[in-house]
Ligand binder design. Structure first.
Ligand code: GLN
Length: 492
């Protein structure tokens, strides 16, 4: 078995025992990036010299007892909307093309403190707006299972990097599905934690009341280990919480006998691809075999989730993105006449079409004449959706459903119809509106050779139930093989 095929926890264990060195692990990841990334295009920035220096420092730290955690020495990739000190953080946008933060996001600080080695920054949809990683201003990432397909988005670079063995784990962000949907498309595991579990300090804001950073890795155990590292209250983010229950690793492998799992019937209705439906049914069977009780039930209100999400997310985005004005960060138009023209031209040239669409939509729903009709109504719908989930969790421990209506679409087929793209977020956005945790677990491979992952949804603070159920599902499903580039067939 190649070193890059180990899970993060397996690698961390071998590093701890001295069987593998942190530098050796970093080199293996860098070699894999060198071999594959010109085709996968998961990364926007990798600085090998810095990576090796960092790995050497960590190796010394492990020997001296400074780093004792299970993930010390493990190479990790970071989505490019999460600030990294002295490493460019672009949000895959021209407007931040040359932005080099002078501070680390809190999640990054915690990762460094735990001795993980940062390999580089991964591609994404511009400002995390999109579902395919094709709205990036710089490149389209490819799905490592089939290079002619998208990896999903917006954390497509992070998910593709994990799937291609170009890192052992990654950080993504999820505002309306951006960790769970690309994880499903790339056959990797990803969790969007309960809102407030991970500090948003240093995460470049898209929609602040929905955004949450989370782990992406090869299995549930790796995600649990990484979430333990990044979770925690941070005085720099007043929405972050002190949780007493962040020992997520303990939950992996816990018995799920008698766990009550509900499948919302709305999640199986029209619009769902037959193979994805089969994957959900297969997952239901796996969970039953592991001892869970699975049944269908009516969740309700699902028809309001997409409109409420796009109104709220765009409203918050239009306000958050006001700061990019050609003065404070990065890009400024070359030619302009006066201050206002400078703002206008810098923003017109610096933002791509999808970001502009959201800014316009958001400004519209917040404008005086329409605020009540759209924004306020969306907030009310959000409260009702939260209520529907509260009811559901009075009867079920967790919910099961798809993460996306189809497997990964072909490159170049999604951006022509924005409405269709928005509608494909139907199974993920409600979780963000209600602040809940959601875990994607790979389940099967379809006829075209693409993976399909399913989504487990928990009540607020119920990550442990998700990790226990995820591990139960994995155990019955059996070992999961990521695409093997060794022979390189089918990957031209
Ligand atoms: N696809 C959704 C959107 O474009 C979700 C994005 C996200 O979670 N960052 O808004």
């Amino acid at each position: 078995m190649q070193l890059t095929q180990l899970t993060a926890v397996e690698l961390g264990t071998k590093i701890k025992s001295g069987e593998i060195g942190a530098v050796e692990a970093a080199r293996a990841s860098l070699e894999q990036i060198g071999r594959l990334d010109s085709r996968v295009q998961a990364y926007l920035a990798v600085e090998p010299d810095k990576v090796l220096l960092q790995a050497a420092e960590v190796e010394r730290g492990i020997r001296s007892g400074k780093y004792t955690g299970v993930l010390a020495g493990v190479p990790i990739a970071i989505k490019d909307n999460i600030c990294t000190k002295d490493i460019k953080t672009t949000c895959a946008s021209r407007i931040l093309e040359n932005f080099v933060p002078f501070y680390d996001a809190e999640a990054v600080t915690r990762i460094k403190d735990a001795g993980l080695v940062i390999l580089g920054k991964t591609n994404m949809d511009e400002f995390a707006m999109g579902s395919t990683t094709e709205t990036s201003a710089f490149q389209s990432t490819k799905n490592p299972w089939e290079l002619s397909h998208v990896p999903g988005g917006s954390s497509g670079g992070s998910c593709a990097a994990v799937a291609a063995g170009e890192c052992f784990a990654a950080l993504g962000s999820d505002t309306g599905g951006s960790i769970r949907q690309p994880s499903a498309y790339c056959g990797v595991t990803g969790i969007k934690p309960t809102y407030g579990t991970v500090s948003r300090y240093g995460l470049i804001a898209y929609a602040s009341s929905l955004d949450q950073i989370g782990p992406i890795a090869k299995d549930g155990r790796d995600c649990a280990a990484l979430l333990e590292v990044i979770a925690g209250q941070d005085p720099k983010d007043c929405t972050s919480m002190a949780r007493p229950d962040t020992g997520f690793l303990q939950a992996v492998g816990q018995d799920i006998k008698g766990m009550r799992v509900g499948i919302p019937t709305e999640y199986l209705s029209e619009g769902l691809d037959g193979e994805v439906r089969s994957a959900v049914m297969l997952a239901a069977g796996y969970l039953k075999e592991a001892g869970a009780v699975v049944e269908e039930f009516k969740l309700g209100l699902m028809e309001y989730t997409i409109p409420a999400y796009y109104v709220i997310a765009s409203a918050e985005a239009s306000s958050n993105l006001e700061r990019f004005d050609g003065v404070k960060y990065g890009y400024r138009a070359k030619e302009y006449e006066g201050l206002h023209d400078m703002y206008k031209r810098s923003r017109s040239e610096g933002f791509g079409p999808e970001v502009k669409r959201r800014i316009m939509l958001g400004s519209f729903v917040l404008s005086a004449g329409y605020y009540d009709a759209y924004y306020l109504k969306a907030l009310r719908a959000r409260a009702c959706i939260k209520h529907a989930f509260d009811e559901a969790f009075s009867g079920y421990d967790i919910l099961l459903g798809p993460a996306a209506p189809t497997a990964a679409p072909k490159l170049g087929t999604s951006l022509t119809d924005p409405m269709k793209m928005y509608l494909s977020d139907i199974y993920t956005v409600a979780v963000n509106l209600a602040g809940l945790p959601g875990l994607t677990v790979p389940c099967m491979v379809n006829e075209a050779g693409l993976p399909i992952g399913v989504q487990l949804i928990g009540d607020c603070f119920a990550e442990k139930k998700l990790f226990a159920a995820g591990a139960g599902l994995e155990a019955v499903r059996g070992p999961w093989r990521l695409p093997d580039f060794a022979g390189e067939e089918g990957h031209t």
